[in-house]
Design a protein around this ligand. Sequence first.
Ligand SMILES: [Zn+2]
Length: 280
Amino acid sequence: MRSTLLFAGPAGCLAAGLAAPAAAGEVDRFVESNLLAALYHEIGHAVIDGYTLPIYASEEDAADTFSALLIHAWHDEAEAMAMVRDTALAFRGEDALRVEDGQELAFWSIYAPDLQRAYDAVCLVYGAAPERRAALLSDPGLPDERAQFCADEFDLAWSSWEPVLDDLATLREVGEGSVPSLDIQVALAPRIERALVSAVTRIGGAVHLPMPVRIEVALCGEANAFYDYDHDTILMCREYIDHFAVLAEVMGIRDHTDCGSDHVGRKSDRLRRKDCSDDR
Ligand SMILES: [Zn+2]
């Protein structure tokens, strides 16, 4: 239940993106953004577990907050802006699929509604630097009624997590704790594999976790991702990677390459998503 989202684009298209060493296509970027955000969310669960942190509200909200803070803190300005936009669009895509499926909002869920999660992520990243991130108010969008509180929301979230992040950084500095390991058990598009390796290397270069955590990428039979509290393992499902590409299509994100026909051909795949695809 405590999980993450992965995604990936149509394999053929991703492979084509790799063949062209130029800049990533829009779909690739969208997928990588959401893959990273989802991984950060799962790392958040692992940190909560490793330190037995007190969480005074929903743990899923706390993991979302952890992810948004890392988007702000671990990426340059352009990356952070793109990532939070892509994350918000993915949540909007989930909501669009829900509507398309005729499903009611699952207010019983351990997760906040997708649109709420989108606004929450944008609010935190915007609130971290309102003076230079005002563009987020219109793209992906955040009403003034919420935006006015975001700086304070960020300050509270940062003050809550900063001691933890400092401790994780100290573990790395003194050579204690563990770098998460990555175990890819299924074929991935090369670009996605590189993004995962890069992300895990980046995490290990910034912090050590209090216990060994294994990140597995495998076929799961469902589009989802999980943090296993019993085995300190993050499971990122390959199916989830495909789901991110579906969300890109739902939100009208297209590459300006000859991959376009591949995307069109996947339209019927929209409904192949899982029921709890917001389990990041
Ligand atoms: Zn979660």
